[in-house]
Design a protein around this ligand. Structure first.
Ligand SMILES: [Cu+2]
Length: 448
């Protein structure tokens, strides 16, 4: 209840647009969220007022790193999102290099109610730098660095009811907490070679990197990236986004992509500042199809060898399917939604997760986001310490909003809040209380 009030107060405080006009600031520059689709992309960006950075040459359209299509199609790892997606960030062309900088940092106060709840202030987010250049007639090289500000929050992460996965100390699993992400979330390189105006082959390698499984990782998924709250379905759909050792080979034909990865299937351990190594013992494959510029579909499969640090020798099979639908909204806004299903199978038990999430940005100032999840989880109550127990079907509905103000060239400050309702079966009521809820208020800086 108190949280609801805090959330309401924060939103109310965020609401009055005190002074929208920053002196010397071209407002349209802050809304630089081009969704380039060739062949107009280069022209659209050249027409953008305020985009006069030195060395900038917008005469050629930005194309993807893995194939001959709009760069806006590419999300985390080698995953695809709709071409109509927006990439907020700074894009610079310098000689043969295209440089891109994306990032956001959240300062969050989190409170989860009930016997299994807790409260904590923490910092989350990501910073990503990409450099891309042509190599020869038909080749493209891309390098990416993605860093996380999360390790300082401590190895036990932050309270988040119904979230499970990974460990804080190497002995006990994290339950009702979200683990921090590793400082190095991605250090990768990719080379693609165009075979025709429609076709390409690519190779991607990362230490760490993201194998060909699932939808784009949540912090890169437009339908949820403005929320600082990790999904409780993370370890079904997209937790492999930090895999310490990945090699992916893929082929693109028009709006289709088929790719396969060999990767180190071990989840990151509790040491969040290091780079781990291990055999590329696990396999993933993904088929992606973008039938229209507004829609991205994928289905994927993974066979993971001993993913969980606390359950050595226990393998896991994962399946996923997802659809992302993104459309422009009014002049400068957008609306993006994702429906996803993921299954983890281990030792004869199948556990499913369902996710529906949506974010709407009606204008430059506001973003609204909501998510509903239903997850079958057998880690909420351990049979013996560190061992999975009975499976329970739990659910969560979370919604929030953020109001942004431009504070500098390419930087905006946002104030936001979210509130979540958790749903547990009667067998878990004594553990969670009758009406478990949680909420967060947050301030963020975003490169825009
Ligand atoms: Cu993660």
């Amino acid at each position: 209840m108190t949280l609801a009030l805090i959330a309401a107060a924060a939103l109310a405080a965020a609401a009055p647009p005190a002074t929208q006009e920053m002196p010397g600031m071209d407002h349209s520059q802050m809304q630089h969220e081009a969704a380039p689709t060739p062949p107009q992309a280069g022209q659209a960006m050249a027409d953008m007022p305020g985009m006069d950075m030195p060395g900038m040459d917008m005469s050629q359209p930005m194309t993807g790193a893995y194939g001959p299509y709009a760069m806006s199609r590419e999300a985390s790892g080698t995953s695809w999102q709709p071409d109509a997606s927006t990439h907020e960030g700074v894009h610079i062309v310098r000689g043969p290099w295209k440089l891109m900088l994306h990032g956001l940092i959240n300062a969050v106060y989190d409170r989860q109610d009930g016997p299994r709840g807790g409260e904590k202030g923490f910092v989350s987010g990501m910073l990503m730098a990409m450099a891309q250049r042509p190599v020869g007639e038909a080749g493209t090289l891309q390098m990416r660095v993605m860093l996380s500000p999360e390790p300082p929050m401590g190895p036990n992460g932050y309270p988040l009811l119904l979230a499970t996965g990974e460990t804080a100390d190497g002995r006990t699993p994290l339950v009702d907490r979200q683990h921090p992400h590793d400082l190095f979330m991605e250090l990768s390189a990719a080379y693609s070679r165009k075979l025709s105006p429609q076709d390409s082959l690519f190779v991607y390698a990362g230490l760490p990197g993201e194998p060909a499984f699932g939808p784009p990782a949540f912090m890169h998924r437009q339908s949820v990236m403005d929320s600082p709250e990790a999904p409780i379905s993370h370890h079904w759909l997209d937790s492999t986004h930090i895999s310490f050792g990945v090699v992916t080979l893929g082929a693109v034909h028009g709006d289709w992509k088929l790719e396969a990865s060999r990767y180190n299937g071990r989840e990151p351990d509790q040491h969040r500042y290091d780079i781990e190594t291990g055999a590329l013992d696990s396999t993933a494959a993904r088929l992606s199809w973008n039938p229209t510029p507004k829609l991205a579909l994928q289905t994927s499969w993974a066979e993971e060898v001993s993913p969980e640090q606390l359950e050595p020798g226990v393998n896991q099979r994962k399946l996923s399917a997802s659809a992302i639908y993104t459309v422009p909204f009014r002049e400068r806004g957008w609306w993006s939604s994702t429906a996803a299903w993921g299954r983890r199978s281990s030792q004869g038990v199948d556990l499913d997760a369902w996710v529906l999430e949506s974010a709407l940005k009606p204008d430059a100032d506001w973003t609204f986001f909501a998510r509903a999840e239903r997850v079958e989880n057998d880690e909420l109550v351990a049979a013996v310490a560190g061992r999975h127990g009975p499976a329970f079907t739990v659910g969560k509905v979370s919604a929030g909003a953020i109001r942004d103000w431009p504070v500098a060239a390419h930087v905006k400050l946002g104030l936001g809040a979210l509130y979540a309702f958790d749903f547990v079966p009667s067998a878990l009521r004594s553990a969670y209380g009758d009406d478990p809820r949680g909420g967060m208020v947050f301030a963020r800086l975003k490169i825009a």
